[in-house]
Design a binder for this molecule. Structure first.
Ligand SMILES: Nc1ncnc2c1ncn2[C@@H]1O[C@H](COP(=O)(O)OP(=O)(O)O)[C@@H](O)[C@H]1O
Ligand SMILES: [Mg+2]
Length: 290
C-alpha cells in the first residue's frame, strides 16, 4: 500500500471534519491514510507519496510557524496544494491579483494598521449603512466584525486593539449573505465536484457550520460558474482542490475568497464527491510525474 498523510491539528474536538470519508475510496486504489498534526514538528513525511493539507484549523494563530511547517514538508515530499499556491493564498491580499485580472471581487479598502478615520469614511465610500472589517490573514470568521456607524463608535477601542499593526480589509456589508447565503463550489484538479449554499443562523451573518450556519447542496447557475472559473484561471499554479466562495453583490456573483489551503470540502453532502476527489488525486499525481 502507498501512503498519504492528511495534515491536521492537535485536537479537532470543536470542528466538523469529513475527510475520513476519503479513507475507503483511497483504500480501493491502494492507499492508506495517516492523519498528522502540523504541530508535530519532528514528524518525517519522506515515506509518504504526498501530504494533503486538510484540517490544520488553528494555523491562523501562528501563520509563520505554519508556513515554515509547509516548507519543511515540501522539502520532504509532494505537498498538496503546491507550496507556492498556499503562500499566495495565505493573505487575502491575493484578491487584488484577482481584481487586476478582471475577476469580480467585493469592493475593498486595504489597511496595514488600524485607521479609525478610514473606517468612518468607508460608509460613504461604499454607500452602505454597514461595513465589515476582517483580518487579511484569517479563517473561520475569526475577528470579523459587522459594523454600523454607531457600533464603530462604540467599539473603537476594541477594534484598535484587534487590528493594531495588523493588515485588515474593509468591505461593504453584503446583505445577500443573510438573504440568500454564501455559495461554495468545490473543484478537484480542474473539475467541478459539488456546490453548496451556506446560510447563517437567525441573527448571525457568519455562515460557517461552527457558528450555527446551515448547509445544503445546490446546482450552481451559469453566472456563478462563470465567476468561479475566471478566478480559478487567475490562480498562479495548478491545484488538487479549490473551494471558491461567492456572494452576490449588486446582482453580480463576486469572489469573497478562494480557499486553497485547508478548506472543509463537505464530502458528507455529496456522495459522489469522495470518489471524485480520489480520481482527481490520481490524475493530479500522474500530471506531476510527466
Ligand atoms: N463583506 C461581507 N459582507 C457580508 N458578510 C461578510 C463579508 N465578509 C465576510 N463576511 C462574513 O464573514 C465570514 C468570514 O469571512 P471570509 O472572508 O470568508 O473569511 P474567513 O472564512 O477566511 O474567515 C463570511 O463567510 C461571511 O459570513
Ligand atoms: Mg470564508
Amino acid at each position: 500500500m502507498k501512503k498519504i498523510a492528511f495534515l491536521s491539528m492537535d485536537s479537532l474536538e470543536d470542528f466538523f471534519v469529513y475527510d475520513d470519508l476519503l479513507i475507503e475510496p483511497f483504500a480501493k486504489v491502494g492507499y492508506t491514510i495517516d492523519t498528522v498534526s502540523w504541530r508535530n514538528a519532528d514528524f518525517d513525511f519522506s515515506d509518504y507519496e504526498s501530504v494533503i493539507v486538510r484540517s490544520p484549523w488553528d494555523y491562523q494563530q501562528a501563520p509563520d510557524a505554519f508556513m515554515a511547517c509547509l516548507e519543511r514538508i515540501d522539502s520532504q515530499t509532494q505537498l498538496i496544494n503546491p507550496l507556492a499556491l498556499m503562500q499566495w493564498n495565505l493573505d487575502k491580499r491575493y484578491l487584488r491579483d484577482l481584481d487586476a485580472q478582471q475577476v469580480a471581487v467585493l469592493p475593498t479598502v486595504w489597511l496595514e494598521d488600524y485607521e479609525h478615520d478610514t473606517l468612518v469614511s468607508a460608509f460613504s465610500e461604499f454607500n452602505s449603512d454597514e461595513i465589515v472589517i476582517k483580518p487579511c490573514i484569517s479563517a473561520n470568521a475569526d475577528d470579523t466584525f459587522r459594523l454600523t456607524r454607531e457600533a464603530l463608535a462604540a467599539q473603537q477601542d476594541l477594534l484598535a486593539g484587534v487590528f493594531s499593526k495588523r493588515s485588515a480589509m474593509v468591505q461593504p456589508f453584503v446583505t445577500s449573505v443573510v438573504e440568500k447565503g454564501e455559495v461554495s463550489l468545490f473543484y478537484f484538479a480542474g473539475e467541478l465536484s459539488h456546490a453548496i449554499l451556506k446560510t447563517p443562523k437567525q441573527g448571525d451573518f457568519r455562515v460557517q457550520e461552527e457558528h450555527g450556519g446551515s448547509l445544503s447542496v445546490i446546482s450552481p447557475d451559469a453566472s456563478i460558474l462563470e465567476s468561479a472559473e475566471l478566478a480559478l484561471h487567475a490562480m498562479p499554479t495548478d491545484y488538487l482542490y479549490a473551494r471558491v466562495d461567492l456572494l452576490q453583490h449588486n446582482g453580480q456573483w463576486c469572489i469573497i475568497e478562494l480557499e486553497l489551503i485547508e478548506p472543509s470540502l463537505y464530502f458528507n453532502l455529496d456522495e459522489r464527491s469522495p470518489q471524485c476527489f480520489v480520481s482527481a488525486y490520481l490524475r493530479y499525481m500522474s500530471s506531476k510525474k510527466e
